[in-house]
Design a protein around this ligand. Structure first.
Ligand code: ZN
Length: 559
């Protein structure tokens, strides 16, 4: 048991893979315990990322093996020592929320660093980098600070690391109703190898990790909704109510009903909305994010009104709507999300996608401090906590970029394409009448058809080529895929220049280091006379050049 030897599983000095991207913010906090490494070097090894959507289509043998080795200097980051964790805990420092958990050895309960209930002697604390490793060591989640609500970790590498990608997939429900061998096959490694790597890097098995995610989601639904327990069991990824009951009691030593805060309601209708929260680390420039989402909204599929974002969703064959807003009472720690109950069976992947779309796992204090040191202090001061919107879906991101252009013209064009290729959907809301066009459908579109809708012929050809490549599994545009490989693959299709490919990759993979240096508008705002000059300047902003680019664009005349 690795935890027996090292109480804080993430800070062992020679295990640099357990680094904490946010620890850059610790400069000055850890007083020498934390060292900030050079964030500039990104591992160049090209390993192709997989795509969950291409499960059935891509034989495992076609996927080159992914690296098992960590990318030690690719992440930003210094390690968190137990002393630093302890100080963060004493200060109840919200910047560390989700980056570590503390187990109290006397009560066997584990907490977030922000727990209001926590009073413990230093020698009774054990630190863990994931909830799963705390649970494996026999700790139960605190009922007050609720570890299931903690924000996650942002991925900042261009080249994916096997353990992190696997953990990300598992958090999005990849093992719900499927076995480890299938996931391993998608990742291009053997079942045994995947288990070994997760054990080594996260200290838990794939099944333990999946079980923790299911239990924590169930705990959250029990506390926050009035849904009947059967719905909760399936929405959390359990395959039977009996299994859920027995695992919950065994792991938490509680009956599921003991976690309830409200009386159980009746079975919801398909169009009923279920309300949940999405936590983030403050600060959060919500107004800027909502403005960016409004600007890129796909007509009839997404809408922004009254500071609220809403959209239609199709995921794994389920359809419904999602609405996100800032809660009026406490706008500093979480967002409210309302989800159609028809989407409950895909809740785990849905929440993972929403977190990417809204960039909720970002560590803004780390990003802001880094960019300010790189010369963007005034920009950061104007919009602290800037978020880089990701995408709900890879093809949707590509379509948005390829139909883009002047906003007024682009909206009309996008509406015609959505109406021609997006399935009609009755949401009961005036501006949400279609599902986003899917790659499979657009792959069959004729270039002439698109041209008839007003899409320039060359662009139409590119849209169809991207749709075909995605539908055939030849290109992967999912978070966790290899950003460099995705960009190369997009460029090889023809029709996408460096700027467009970078824009697609930046959104679809939610890759925060994507940087369109060849964008003339960006060069102008940055007072750079060439792409080369801009690139050289941007070195100081790695690995968060995407945020820097967004700050610069927001300074430009188009905003
Ligand atoms: Zn607690």
């Amino acid at each position: 048991m690795p935890h027996e030897e090292s109480p804080c599983s993430m800070m062992v000095a020679d295990r640099t893979e357990h680094t904490c991207p946010g620890a850059a913010m610790l400069a000055g906090f850890g007083r020498g315990i934390v060292t900030v490494q050079d964030p500039g070097r990104i591992d160049e090894r090209a390993i192709r990322g997989p795509d969950p959507a291409s499960r059935a289509r891509v034989p495992a043998s076609r996927l080159p093996p992914m690296t098992a080795a960590p990318a030690p200097t690719a992440t930003l980051p210094p390690t968190l020592s137990p002393a630093v964790c302890s100080r963060a805990l004493d200060a109840r420092d919200a910047r560390f929320d989700g980056l570590f958990f503390v187990g109290i050895t006397t009560t066997r309960i584990y907490c977030r660093p922000v727990c209001p209930a926590r009073v413990s002697y230093h020698e009774r604390r054990r630190f863990f980098d994931t909830a799963a490793s705390a649970e494996r060591a026999g700790f139960r989640p605190c009922l007050r600070c609720r570890p299931e609500l903690a924000p996650g970790r942002a991925v900042i590498d261009a080249v994916p690391n096997l353990a992190r990608v696997a953990a990300q997939r598992i958090a999005a429900g990849a093992l719900n109703g499927r076995d480890v061998a299938e996931l391993a096959g998608e990742l291009g490694v053997s079942d045994r190898h995947l288990r070994r790597v997760l054990e080594r890097e996260l200290g838990v098995s794939p099944l333990e990790l999946a079980q923790t995610h299911r239990l924590l989601l169930a705990k959250r639904l029990l506390a926050d909704t009035t849904l009947p327990v059967t719905r909760i069991a399936y929405a959390s990824g359990f395959q039977s109510l009996r299994r859920f009951n027995s695992v919950f009691r065994e792991r938490y030593r509680l009956r599921p009903s003991a976690v309830r805060r409200q009386p159980v309601g009746s079975e919801p209708a398909a169009d009923d909305l279920v309300r949940l929260t999405l936590a983030y680390r403050a600060p959060f420039a919500w107004d800027v994010l909502i403005r960016l989402l409004a600007r890129g909204a796909m007509p009839d599929v997404e809408t922004v009104a009254g500071g609220r974002y809403a959209r239609t969703v199709r995921l794994e064959g389920r359809s419904g709507i999602v609405l996100v807003e800032r809660p009026p009472d406490d706008p500093r720690t979480h967002l409210l999300v309302h989800v159609s109950s028809s989407l409950l069976p895909v809740l785990m992947p849905l929440l993972a996608r929403l977190r990417q779309l809204l960039d909720l796992d970002a560590e803004p204090t780390a990003v802001d401090a880094h960019l300010a040191r790189g010369g963007l202090g005034p920009q950061v001061a104007r919009r602290p906590g800037l978020r880089m919107p990701g995408a709900f879906d890879g093809f949707e991101a590509a379509l948005r970029v390829l139909l883009g252009g002047r906003p007024d013209a682009a909206t009309g064009l996008a509406r015609r394409v959505v109406q021609a290729y997006g399935e009609p959907f009755d949401s009961g809301l005036a501006h949400l009448t279609r599902l986003a066009p899917e790659a499979g459908r657009m792959a069959c579109a004729g270039v002439g058809e698109l041209a008839d809708l007003g899409v320039p012929a060359r662009r139409a050809g590119t849209i169809v080529a991207v749709a075909r490549a995605l539908a055939a599994g030849a290109v992967w545009l999912e978070p966790g895929s290899d950003a460099r490989a995705a960009r190369r693959a997009l460029r090889s299709l023809g029709g996408l220049d460096e700027r467009l490919a970078a824009a697609v990759v930046s959104q679809a993979l939610h890759w925060p280091d994507a940087f369109p240096a060849s964008d003339r508008a960006l060069q102008l705002v940055a007072h750079a006379s060439s792409a080369r000059e801009l690139l050289a300047r941007a070195e100081a902003w790695r690995p968060w050049r995407g945020y820097a680019a967004l700050h610069l664009r927001l300074e430009g005349p188009e905003f």
